[in-house]
Write a protein that binds this ligand. Structure first.
Ligand SMILES: [Zn+2]
Ligand SMILES: [Zn+2]
Length: 408
């Protein structure tokens, strides 16, 4: 199929500098130029590939997007899409052109996003003939769909069926709109051309025929299936692969999985808007998972080994003595597992909980604790409060329980 490594096309390392890339390109372009290799199809193909690769890798923004794509899906699953003669990548192919959008997840319009939106696929296809290859049968329409994923599925990736509804040609009448066995007759007004011509002085203007709505034929006995429209709503179900690590609100493009093209034209693309449901326990920040774990004040002071859940089992985390409220511990590699880039981490935020229902024995112990430890270091604030107290005499009883005002 059409998997490729643009770095390999240019024969440079992934970390190659802009200068190295330019040099490699110039050398190859000279060697492979069609003028020097007349009739050599292999060289021409290579020349195209090299030009395309350079187009991406010489542009910082495109190169970044390409690297991100590869890191997300792995080298093997990348396919180029926007060439007129490329085979449709429908057979499980996964072409996520504007995964990261072009400056925002929702930024690219679904129709013709690749062609005009400057999305990722814009990168390809323009090179050789100086423009898009737009001749030939019409390309199928792009289709948009939405899927709701469970948190876990979004983190791990999932293959799921989706049902698409799209307009299609009526099978009963093959789109003619006429009842089977009957034939639409030629429109008498336009004689089948669908156009009527008005002469206005020196000009003649052609307008769609009103009698037949520009179709050229008139249906007397309508097809019962489509009521004469020739079209029906068709549903189809396909299995789509959602890669690990997709985010809520992200739009995924599946090349060639939109509507079929006309008369052998390429199919359109399918855009899937991903909604991710919240998890009861875990949150997400990019590729990191987040988790809040309550600990007691005693545990914060003395330290404790915590057993915390992960998506795959559990880990033990050491809370060192003297850990403050809000400290974040990191369990490396326990976050979103991406294919190519390293996995994310699990970020555990410690939250000291203050008990509200305390036995008198515990309260006495706490009193002992208080008298054996330093008071809170807020002397400076109290001094400031005393100085300001004079200006706002009515202030002090504003809010909160009074100091020392009995427990529950
Ligand atoms: Zn019909
Ligand atoms: Zn007509």
């Amino acid at each position: 199929m059409d998997e490729r490594d643009l770095y390999k096309d240019l024969g440079v390392a992934r970390g190659a500098s802009a200068d190295d890339i330019k040099k490699a390109y110039r050398k190859l372009a000279r060697e492979l130029h069609p003028d020097r290799n007349p009739g050599n199809v292999g060289a021409e193909e290579r020349f195209k590939a090299v030009s395309e690769a350079y187009d991406v890798l010489s542009d910082d923004r495109k190169r970044r997007e390409y690297d991100e794509m590869r890191s997300l899906f792995g080298a093997g699953s990348f396919r180029r899409s926007a060439r007129g003669n490329a085979p449709p990548a429908g057979a499980g192919g996964f072409d996520l052109a504007d995964l990261f959008g072009n400056g925002g997840a929702a930024g690219v319009p679904p129709r013709d996003a690749g062609r005009f939106g400057g999305g990722f696929s814009d990168v390809f296809g323009s090179i050789f003939s100086g423009g898009r290859q737009r001749t030939g049968p019409a390309r199928g329409r792009d289709v948009e769909a939405e899927v709701a994923l469970d948190f876990n599925d979004a983190v791990r990736g999932v293959t799921m069926p989706i049902t698409l509804r799209s307009p299609g040609v009526c099978d009963t009448c093959q789109g003619s709109g006429a009842k089977p066995g009957t034939t639409p007759r030629t429109c008498p007004s336009c004689h089948g051309s669908g156009l009527v011509t008005h002469n206005q002085g020196a000009f003649s203007l052609a307008e769609p025929c009103r009698e037949c709505q520009g179709v050229g034929t008139i249906v007397d006995v309508k097809c019962p299936e489509c009521r004469g429209t020739g079209g029906v709503t068709k549903t189809r179900t396909l299995n789509i692969r959602i890669p690990a690590g997709v985010k809520d609100g992200q739009r995924i493009r599946l090349s060639g999985r939109g509507e079929a093209g006309e008369r052998g034209g390429r199919p359109g693309d399918l855009y899937v808007l991903v909604k991710v449901r919240d998890d009861d326990i875990f949150g997400r920040q990019g590729d990191d998972l987040t988790l809040t774990v309550p600990i007691t004040y005693a545990e914060a002071v003395n330290g404790v080994d915590l057993r915390v859940p992960t998506l795959d089992g559990a880990v033990t985390l050491r809370v060192p003595p003297g850990t403050p409220h809000g400290r974040v511990l990191r369990a490396r590699g326990m976050g979103v597992q991406r294919k190519d880039s390293g996995p994310g981490d699990l970020l555990v935020t410690l939250e000291i909980v203050v008990p509200t229902n305390v036995s008198s024995a515990a309260r006495r112990s706490l009193g002992d604790f208080a008298s054996a430890t330093e008071p809170a270091p807020r002397q400076e604030l109290e001094d400031l409060a005393r100085r300001r107290g004079g200006q706002h005499a009515a202030g002090p009883h504003a809010a909160g329980p009074h100091h020392g005002g009995g427990g529950t």
